[in-house]
Design a binder for this molecule. Structure first.
Ligand code: AVJ
Length: 323
C-alpha cells in the first residue's frame, strides 16, 4: 500500500459538510490572494481555543460585551416581553445567553444555531439542566447560508441574538444580506440583539488578535491542522506564521497565515505553491462605527430600539426591531 493510500484511509468518512469544506479549501487556495473562510476555524480544537481567546487579557470584546449585557439585561427583557423565544446565531459555548435567560420573564424557547455540532450540543445539555422550563431546539448548521428555523409556537416575541461581533466576519454586503435574512426568518414583530465591536486605536486592536501567549496564533494555525487531518493535505505548520494587522482603510482586523519560505502544499491531486511571505487570508473582523452599522440595519428592514456601549466606547449592543 502506498503512503498516500494510507493517509486517505485514515480520513473520516465523506459527508456533505466534508465535501463542501474540501471544495471551499481548494477554491480558496486556488484564488489570488489565497483565502480560507473563518467559519472553518471551529472544529473541536478550534472551538476550545476560541473559548481560551475569550479569556485572554488582550481580548477585550467578550468581557466588554458581557458588561454591557449585564448592565442592560433588564432593559432587553422589558423590550422582549414575557414568553419570548431566543434564536442565537453562532451560539458557541452559550455563555452570554444565560444573562438573557436569567433576565427574561418566562422565556419559552432557546434555538442555538452553530456549525460546531458536538461543541454546541454539550453546551445545550448543560443549559437544559439549568433552565428546565425553556424548550431547547439546537440547529447544527451554517448560518452564513439562509436556513429554516424550527417552529417556535405563537405567543411570545421572537428575539434574535447575534453577539460577539461575529457580524464583523462578514463583508459589509454579506452583513447586510445576513440582517435581511435574519429579519425574514425571525418574522414580523421580531427583535434582534446585536453586539458589534467599534473602531479604536490600532495597538489595542492588534494586541487583541495577536496575544502574548500565542493562543490566537494557535487558533489560526489550527485551520491548517484541520485541513491536514480532514482533507489529507500536507501543510507544514512550522512553515507558516500567524499575522494580525489592522487595515484602517477597510476598518477591519485581518488575520493571515504567512508562508516563511517558498514551498508547495499537496491536497488530493492538486499542488499549491507559496512564495516566501505570501499569505492565506483567514479572517476579517470588521469594526463598525454605530452610524455605519445602523445604516446597514435600516437598509435590511430594522430600526433601532436601543443602543448601549461600555464607558470606554469600545463595544456596542443594539436592539433592533423589524420595521
Ligand atoms: C468570533 C468572529 C467575533 O472576530 O473577534 C477572535 C473571532 N478571531 N480572535 C473576532 C476571533 C481571532 C472573533 N469572532
Amino acid at each position: 500500500m502506498r503512503a498516500s493510500t494510507l493517509v486517505r484511509a485514515e480520513q473520516s468518512p465523506q459527508t456533505p459538510e466534508r465535501a463542501a469544506f474540501r471544495a471551499d479549501v481548494i477554491e480558496g487556495l486556488s484564488a489570488s490572494p489565497k483565502q480560507l473562510a473563518p467559519k472553518y476555524f471551529y472544529d473541536e480544537a478550534g472551538s476550545r481555543l476560541f473559548d481560551l481567546i475569550c479569556r485572554l487579557p488582550e481580548y477585550y470584546p467578550t468581557r466588554t460585551e458581557l458588561g454591557v449585557l449585564k448592565a442592560h439585561a433588564g432593559d432587553i427583557a422589558a423590550l422582549a416581553g414575557p414568553g419570548a423565544s431566543l434564536v442565537e446565531f453562532g451560539s458557541g459555548s452559550s455563555v452570554k445567553v444565560r444573562l438573557l435567560l436569567d433576565a427574561l420573564e418566562r422565556p419559552a424557547a432557546y434555538v442555538p444555531i452553530d456549525i460546531s455540532g458536538p461543541h454546541m450540543r454539550a453546551a445545550v445539555a448543560a443549559l437544559a439542566r439549568d433552565y428546565p422550563t425553556v424548550a431547547m431546539t439546537p440547529v447544527e448548521g451554517d448560518f452564513t447560508r439562509p436556513l429554516e428555523l424550527p417552529h417556535l409556537g405563537e405567543g411570545g416575541r421572537r428575539i434574535g441574538f447575534f453577539p460577539g461581533s461575529t457580524i464583523g466576519n462578514f463583508t459589509p454586503a454579506e452583513a447586510e444580506a445576513f440582517l435581511t435574512h435574519a429579519r425574514q426568518s425571525l418574522g414580523a414583530g421580531a427583535a434582534l440583539v446585536l453586539g458589534f465591536d467599534l473602531p479604536k486605536e490600532r495597538a489595542v486592536l492588534e494586541a487583541a488578535y495577536d496575544d502574548h501567549q500565542g493562543v490566537t496564533a494557535a487558533f489560526n494555525l489550527n485551520l491548517l491542522t484541520r485541513i491536514n487531518r480532514e482533507l489529507g493535505a500536507d501543510f507544514d505548520l512550522a512553515a507558516f506564521h500567524h499575522r494580525a494587522l489592522y487595515n484602517e482603510a477597510e476598518s477591519r482586523i485581518e488575520m493571515h497565515l504567512e508562508s516563511r519560505a517558498a514551498q508547495t502544499v499537496r491536497l488530493d491531486g492538486a499542488r499549491f505553491t507559496f512564495a516566501p511571505g505570501e499569505t492565506i487570508h483567514t479572517e476579517n473582523s470588521y469594526k463598525y462605527a454605530v452610524a455605519r452599522l445602523m445604516g446597514m440595519a435600516q437598509a435590511a428592514g430594522w430600526r433601532q430600539a436601543a443602543l448601549w456601549t461600555d464607558p470606554r466606547g469600545w463595544f456596542a449592543v443594539a436592539v433592533l426591531e423589524a420595521v
